[in-house]
Design a protein around this ligand. Structure first.
Ligand SMILES: [Zn+2]
Length: 453
């Protein structure tokens, strides 16, 4: 269970600034810092001018899990406020996706679970179903819960479909990435697993999909869904040990049956810093991508791996977190970028706004633009708040990280190249013609969603 009261005070006085970080994207000329990444990856090319699609479901930031619950959908409103105030919407297509349908949710989730989700309300009397579907403190029933789930799931599905149709290079849905939800069970603040749904959609067109998870928690729901499959490789970087939620994600979890070796887990300890994390991330992901050769990538960008997170215990800066995103973008593969955890909401908004700039190839100033939410960003009013100052002691030694790296690379050797996948006939669209039924927007002409701005 997630410990809800693990709430660190955010009052430490960091001694470093963002510009000390070797991962500060804005410090170097565009693409300048990325070239070294390709010295061992001759078969990959960076996006030249990627087409970026941004999905923001109407009203998704207005839901409340409850007063004391750490998951605050309002962080999505803050994020979107920064994205728009920075003018990043001028560099991408912005869509208001429709909600996912019940049929679409049932592509992964059991129908009796979705039935419960769709009918339960805060005034529903207690019943054994609450226990059966794991509705408790972590996953409360709140007003509009089912609508919230349909909203973020619809956005991830819309992004996946746009990518599968070859109509965009990158799709972003910061409201998605709820990686703990299971087939017939809520878990860790997640009710519907939009990631699994999106990957299933991509698999209708792509022989292999790579899933990467940089949330501080193990991406257990996605791993479990594809544990037997060699068409989806799941790679999760997370804190592991001392009963940290969800208590899975040991390095020896590698997949089963056909999926054996198509699951990688990178278990880390408290306090990992920028240098250790980014170095390990790149040295694992580069051979992973060149060996598995995915047709598309889904990247879950949980921001609870940042320093000073309310529930997290890492020391990552926004620059380092964003460097992982930039690195994956640099492979030039169709990319679905999703949110996830993140519980110090002012920093979640900073992080995802910054990563939107990375994905659109824009350089944005460190001084935050004015938004209606300025009070959240006091007193610095800066994008790159210093988060990496070692509030939590780094328990990852160089030797321990090197040992993990060697073990992971050893596992990759078992892949022996990507499996050849015989593509079956594409099944009919669950929605029966998604493109035709998108909501017309206010002034939007695109058939795949309505432009909000
Ligand atoms: Zn998390």
């Amino acid at each position: 269970m997630v410990v809800l009261d693990y709430d660190h005070a955010a009052g430490s006085s960091p001694s470093h600034t963002f510009s000390d970080s070797p991962f500060f994207y804005d410090r170097s000329a565009a693409n300048g810092s990325g070239q070294a990444l390709f010295q061992n990856a001759s078969n990959v090319q960076p996006h030249s001018n990627p087409h970026v699609s941004y999905y923001f479901p109407a009203g998704v930031g207005h839901y409340h899990y409850g007063e004391r619950h750490p998951m605050k959908p309002a962080r999505l409103t803050l994020t979107n406020g920064l994205v728009l105030a920075y003018g990043l919407h001028n560099h991408m297509q912005v869509y208001t996706p429709r909600e996912a349908t019940k049929d679409e949710l049932e592509a992964f989730h059991d129908s009796d679970y979705v039935d419960f989700l769709s009918t339960v309300t805060p005034s529903t009397p207690p019943s054994p179903a609450f226990t059966r579907f794991n509705f408790a403190d972590d996953c409360p029933v709140f007003d509009g819960m089912y609508d919230f789930c349909k909203s973020y799931a619809g956005a991830s599905l819309a992004g996946a479909r746009k990518l599968a149709a070859g109509q965009t290079d990158i799709a972003i849905n910061w409201s998605g990435g709820l990686h703990h939800a299971k087939k017939c069970e809520a878990s860790g603040f997640c009710y519907v697993n939009d990631i699994v749904l999106a990957i299933m959609e991509l698999l209708r067109y792509h022989p292999r999909v790579l899933y990467i998870d940089i949330d501080i928690h193990h991406g257990d729901g996605v791993q479990e869904a594809f544990y037997n499959s060699n068409r989806v490789m799941t790679v999760s970087f997370h804190k592991y040990g001392n009963d940290f939620f969800p208590c899975t994600g040991n390095i020896n979890e590698i997949g089963t049956s056909l999926g054996k070796h198509f699951c990688l887990n990178v278990p880390l300890q408290d306090g990992i810093d920028d240098a250790g994390y980014v170095s390990l991330f790149k040295s694992v992901m580069e051979p992973c991508i060149t060996t598995f050769r995915p047709a598309s990538i889904v990247l879950q960008c949980g921001a609870d791996s940042l320093g000073l997170d309310r529930l997290g215990c890492f020391n990552l800066s926004i620059a380092a977190h964003g460097e992982c995103v930039r690195f994956i973008k640099s492979f030039g593969l169709p990319l679905l970028v999703l949110g996830g955890g993140g519980y110090t909401i002012r920093n979640v908004a900073r992080c995802w706004a910054y990563e939107t700039s990375v994905l659109t190839g824009c350089q944005i100033p460190d001084t935050l633009p004015n938004t209606p939410y300025d009070a959240f960003f006091a007193p610095s009013y800066r994008l790159h708040e210093a988060l990496q100052a070692g509030r939590v002691e780094n328990q990852n030694s160089k030797a321990s990280l090197e040992k993990i790296r060697v073990q992971i690379l050893e596992q990759l050797r078992y892949l022996h190249g990507a499996p050849s996948v015989q593509m079956q006939e594409i099944p009919p669209d669950l929605a029966g013609g998604w493109l035709e039924e998108e909501m017309p927007g206010s002034g939007g002409k695109d058939a795949d969603g309505s432009k909000t701005s």
